[in-house]
Write a protein that binds this ligand. Structure first.
Ligand SMILES: CC(=O)SCCNC(=O)CCNC(=O)[C@H](O)C(C)(C)COP(=O)(O)OP(=O)(O)OC[C@H]1O[C@@H](n2cnc3c(N)ncnc32)[C@H](O)[C@@H]1OP(=O)(O)O
Ligand SMILES: O=CC(=O)O
Ligand SMILES: [Mg+2]
Length: 530
């Protein structure tokens, strides 16, 4: 590592675990210290700007494309970097947390890419975080094969998916790693540990250090990531421009800056992804006070809603204009053991992928290995032998600022079933998350942090606008807590209830459920609480 500014020591406050010492080596911690010294301050300022922006939106300032950056949008001549090795053909991308067996299953799944997730699909317990890094390292070193006590063997095959790692978002901290008594930004921990241990190994294996960047709200946050990449490459002597990152457009404000985000990251960009669930969450959250932004039951808000089509079409147009991949989002259905339910789930996923492929997306996400063939089949049908369809510029797409927020046409009150479903899902998800699982199948759908955010946020919004009485929510909550406790006697019902009350029923709507729930419930007592 080259010598730049000296950093304070990174202290590890997390409980030691099996083989943690292979990841938390002094040089890796020093690398994280360097990143923290360079970027923690800017992250802090950008989070303050997020809060100011949210206040402006809440007080009625309309959203529009930026008046400061028309030159970036109008300039005809810039393109993002060409796709790096392993990222040319991305027709199917499987996602999931880097849990040991899932890592093997995802890499063997037949998808071109595996998005190894430390964000929406990860409950950020200290052990999950360190073990996830260890599993990635073991996978890249091809020493992850194992056999369960029941005799089921997990072996890496020959044709593996390309790994893209999604670090946690800028809003989170890792309280088990501290510098001068202050927790380290979680994004820098997840990015830094993976980059330190695996970047060169991936390059040597003919791939590279590739990332997915979650929950960005504007192009300044993309600039921060770009600067992180530049410094990280410099510190480890890796050529500038080796990193690639796909940004999830999953906040309403980022949808107004897609081109600027690509521009900031252009030497490291691997396109954009339509992160539909957080996008919906962001929209509900930012306009929670507006009656004309009240959405009906989650099940009724599909990707064919005009405001969501405007978002995905603009994403494809923007990416292809700049030579970048446009990657589709996650259909919520997962395979079922019941043949009829399974057929229905596969049919819904197929329809979703068909719309994306026909709209010009270059590939899409699936949540389960059983969905890889459907997505593959659909994109094969549209792409044929071509690795992508970036050449298909969508000059026919003209999306205005008003189109992106034209929620009114989809708006509507919830049904009693929709209200109960959101409460049931939020409670069950919180319980799973508290017990270390960040993604679960509930009632036939994949639920993760993003979908749980929608569930609790809609309840807040419906109470706020008088579409459900608070007392009714309390009754349903009592009911669903009792049902959860009866179904899973080990459920942490008191903590689950408290998270729900704080995030769905309090006077103010918290920006995320995760930071507070993490600090209260997942952090070891020895770690800092700031
Ligand atoms: C909004 C967003 O951000 S979307 C992206 C974030 N969300 C995700 O990534 C969710 C990913 N998906 C998952 O985590 C899982 O599919 C779940 C939790 C929804 C369902 O998992 P399970 O209940 O285990 O499903 P199921 O029992 O059908 O699994 C069958 C097998 O497939 C494996 N599997 C299921 N999903 C995945 C996956 N995404 N990656 C790798 N393997 C998987 C299971 O581990 C299991 O393997 P095994 O038989 O060897 O033990
Ligand atoms: O991260 C993806 C999403 O839909 O949210
Ligand atoms: Mg998301």
């Amino acid at each position: 590592m080259s010598t730049t500014a000296l950093t304070s020591t990174v202290q590890v406050l997390g409980a030691p675990g099996d083989r943690h010492d292979e990841i938390l080596i002094p040089a890796a911690l020093e690398f994280i210290g360097r990143l923290d010294a360079a970027f923690a301050g800017r992250r802090f300022e950008l989070l303050a700007e997020r809060r100011r922006r949210a206040e402006r939106l809440a007080s009625g300032t309309p959203l529009d494309f930026s008046r400061a950056t028309p030159a970036v949008r109008a300039a005809p001549d810039w393109r993002v970097a060409p796709p790096a090795p392993g990222l040319v053909d991305r027709r199917v991308e499987i996602t999931g947390p880097p849990e040991r067996r899932m890592t093997v299953n995802a890499l063997n799944s037949g998808a071109q890419v595996w998005m190894a997730d430390f964000e929406d699909a990860m409950s950020p317990t200290w052990d999950n975080i360190v073990r996830g890094q260890l599993n990635l390292l073991d996978a890249i070193e091809r020493r992850i094969d194992c056999t369960t006590p029941e005799g089921k063997a997990y072996r890496l095959g020959d044709d593996l998916a390309t790994i893209m790692v999604r670090p946690r978002g800028w809003h989170l901290t890792e309280k088990h790693l501290v510098i001068d008594g202050r927790p380290v930004p979680a994004s820098l921990v997840d990015f830094g540990l993976y980059f330190f241990h695996c970047a060169q190994r991936q390059i040597d294996a003919g791939s590279g250090p590739y990332f997915y960047l979650p929950k960005l709200e504007n192009h300044y946050e993309a600039r921060l990531w770009n600067d992180v990449f530049v410094l990280a490459q410099e510190l480890l002597g890796i050529p500038r421009g080796t990193v690639r990152a796909t940004v999830l457009i999953e906040t309403i404000t980022a949808a107004f800056e897609m081109e600027e985000i690509l521009h900031e990251l252009r030497e490291h960009s691997a396109g954009l992804n339509a992160g539909r669930w957080d996008y919906l969450f962001s929209l509900i959250k930012n306009f929670a006070h507006r009656p004309d932004f009240v959405l009906p039951d989650r099940a009724k808000v599909t990707m064919t809603a005009p405001f969501l089509r405007a978002y995905t079409e603009l994403l494809v147009r923007t990416c292809h204009k700049r030579g970048a991949h446009a990657i589709g989002g996650m259909a919520a259905q997962v395979p079922s053991r019941d043949a009829q339910a399974n057929e229905a789930a596969l049919a819904k996923v197929r329809l979703d992928k068909e719309r994306e492929a026909e709209d010009g997306f270059d590939g899409s996400w699936v949540a389960h290995p059983g969905l890889v063939p459907v997505c593959n089949d659909v994109f094969d049908g549209v792409l044929g032998e071509r690795p992508h369809q970036i050449e298909r510029t969508r000059d026919d797409v003209h999306v205005t600022a008003a189109d992106l927020v034209a929620v009114r046409r989809t708006a509507g009150p919830p049904t009693p079933e929709g209200i109960r479903a959101n409460i049931a899902v939020a409670l069950r998800y919180f319980d799973a998350w508290l017990r270390g699982s960040g993604a679960v199948a509930l009632y036939g759908l994949m639920e993760d942090a993003a979908t749980a955010e929608i569930a609790r946020c809609q309840i807040w919004q419906w109470i706020r606008h008088g579409l459900v009485e608070r007392d009714t929510v309390v009754e349903l909550l009592d009911d669903e807590i009792a049902a959860l406790g009866a179904e899973y006697p080990w459920a942490r019902v008191d903590e689950v209830r408290a998270i729900f009350e704080r995030t769905a029923m309090a006077r103010d709507l918290p920006a995320f459920f995760t930071p507070d729930a993490y600090a209260r419930n997942l952090v070891h007592r020895s770690a800092v609480q700031s």
